[in-house]
Each structure stands twice: as C-alpha cells, then as structure tokens.
Design a binder for this molecule. Structure first.
Ligand code: SME
Length: 164
C-alpha cells in the first residue's frame, strides 16, 4: 500500500517538495511511462486542494509532433486530441511556456472539457530539450494557481520527465 499523507498546514513550496519526493519514489525503477503518469496524476489529485482535474496530455508520436493526445489523469473524462496552438494546453505545447490562467473564460480559444473549471495551470514537460507532454491542472475556483504552484509543477515535470 502506498500512503503519502498530505500536511495541509505546510507552506506551499514544502508541500510541492513532498509531492515531488513522493512522485520520485513512485516512478524511480519503473520503466512503464503510462503507469508512471497514472501514479503522478493520482498524487497531484491527492496533494493539491481545490482542483477538479489533474493529468497529462502527451505529444502524439503519430501526429507529426503537432498534436496532443489525452494521457493518464484524475477527474472527469476530457477532450482527447488538442492541436498545438489551440486552447491552454495547445498554447503551452506551441510556446514551450507555462500557462497560468486565472480565468479560463478570458483565455481566447480555451477548451472547456468540464464546465466547472474556472482557472488552469499547464506546464510543458521536456526531455532532452524536446517537448514530450504537458501537465494540466484545472480548478473550479478563479485564480486558484499562483507562481508557487507553477514553480512546483515545473519542478515536478523536471523530476519525472525521464520516467514518462
Ligand atoms: N482546458 C484545456 C483542455 C483540457 S481540459 O482542461 C482537461 C485547454 O484549454 O487546453
């Protein structure tokens, strides 16, 4: 049994350190990328309060590198394919930059998979300088994510990129 307890009283950077340590402990030594993404999605779901979706979109190797396809996640069923440049995830993929969106309805082209989502954080995952996936987290609250969340998920992406 895996039991990673979350201490909600800890400051956010420390909680992200715990999330990253737990993710590292789960993915190290396992070579199956789908299993590792599934466990990391489950950990984000457990560790992060006030979210309604957490998971991965992968760069589709069959799609000439210009399309994301849904990967392991926690939350409601979601859109399966997202072209680069479209929506929050596609913008993160096309630019290679983290997207910290306080109000998704104000984001041009936002793709509404779950009407409950109000704010969103999308972080590119790169390996050997190449985009392989994005991590997407949605919240039912406006402005749920800040720079500390972005830095925490960017550090998570760097920690697990070799294992997905
Ligand atoms: N809102 C995203 C689509 C993915 S879902 O949030 C799970 C976007 O605009 O790219």
């Amino acid at each position: 049994m895996y039991d990673f307890s979350v201490d909600e009283a800890l400051p956010k950077p420390e909680r992200y350190r715990q999330l990253i340590d737990a993710a590292g402990a789960l993915v190290d030594g396992e070579r199956d990328g789908v299993a590792n993404m599934a466990n990391v999605a489950a950990l984000m779901w457990d560790f992060l309060p006030d979210i309604n979706w957490a998971g991965f979109y992968r760069v589709d190797p069959e799609g000439e590198g210009r399309e994301l396809v849904l990967g392991p996640f926690a939350g409601k069923p979601a859109c399966i394919r997202i072209p680069f440049g479209v929506g929050v995830c596609g913008t993160a993929a096309a630019t290679g930059e983290t997207q910290l969106i306080e109000d998704v309805e104000a984001f041009p082209g936002h793709i509404a998979c779950d009407a409950a989502s109000k704010s969103e954080l999308v972080v590119p995952v790169q390996r050997d300088g190449r985009l392989i996936a994005v991590i997407d987290i949605d919240s039912p609250h406006l402005a749920r994510f800040d720079r500390e969340d972005a830095a925490g998920i960017e550090a998570l992406a760097a920690r697990i990129c070799a294992a997905i």
